[in-house]
Ligand binder design. Sequence first.
Ligand code: SF4
Ligand code: SF4
Length: 380
Amino acid sequence: MSTGILPAERLDALIGELWAAGYTVIGPVREGGALLYDEVRGSEDLPVGLVDRQEGGRYFLEPSGDGRFFGHTVAATPWKRFLDPPRRRLWRAERRNGQLHFLVETEEEVRFAFLGVRACDLHGIRIRSAVAEAGPEPDEALLDRRRSALMVAVQCTRAGGTCFCADLGTGPAVDLPADLVLTELLEDGPHRFLAESRTEAGAKILQRLSLGPAGEVDRAAAARAVAATRRTLAERSPRLEREGLRELLYRQLESPLWDEVAGRCLSCANCTLVCPTCFCSAVEDVTDLEGARLERWHRADSCFTAEFSQIHGGPVRASTRARYRQWLVHKLAYWSDQFGEPGCVGCGRCITWCPVGIDLTEVVRDLRRREAEESGERER
Ligand code: SF4
Ligand code: SF4
């Protein structure tokens, strides 16, 4: 595939090529005090010169002072908002002349170009797609949206405050075949992007831009920028130790720690809404008062709501303790049983956007510490 240098002032040309190729371009945009993913028409829509500061239960934006387009890390909402819309009608039925007529929904065909996808989110999309593919009835609508989407990844040249991708092997370097991979560079030359195509579709876009060649200096600057991010992550590592993680959680299902976490957890479901891999959903039927029209809707749901596990007149997971434990053990243990890897990519969103700052990595460390202390006491 090909590599070239995209001068920063030509980022608009790339965005224009994506639109011209028939894609709806989605990228990071500022919405109030946070970054979300939404439609991007030009580089002026991007959060230029802003960085995000993230920690448990806290998020704010501040000037970077260097004019970078992608100095921030992951935006608040994951890309699943576009691949798996939170609300969509599945079908409608109408009663006419005493007969029911079913009208299957046909979706408007939209091909997305995701601009600024981080390495962890590429893995999130891969993991979410694997769930959609599994089982006897694959979610073809989601899979079609994914297949038709073009991924323009951006390598992380800064680690966010709550990121731990390196512990899970999902970042910071882009190791999955995105169509295009950009690395934003300010050092050893003017503001520019090292642009690499990794698929035919990506190569066609680069060809139309007629980029200048990338030199050794550019490649070395890109490698150094990603290595610096990796070093920052390594200094905090391991936030989430994978060794024996699944077994630890299964041994600790009755730990009193779940009660302590539940004492803080508001069951607000924020963590599941922002998580790129969470996929709980519900199906609702809606009728009009005369019974002449019926609609079936698919909507995003969360394992944190009491109604989610409602059967036979009561919820299976009636307490916050049961719901938090289910979420964490599913994410880090049951998921491995089903798919051979955890359902977490270390994006850190659930830590940042938890209103009370519950940090899943701290919960796991606490479980390990307590287990080690208990076994130490037994040996004494
Ligand atoms: S569990 Fe948290 S850190 Fe892991 S992928 Fe989901 S939001 Fe990101
Ligand atoms: S862990 Fe935090 S974000 Fe998740 S439901 Fe509890 S309070 Fe809300």
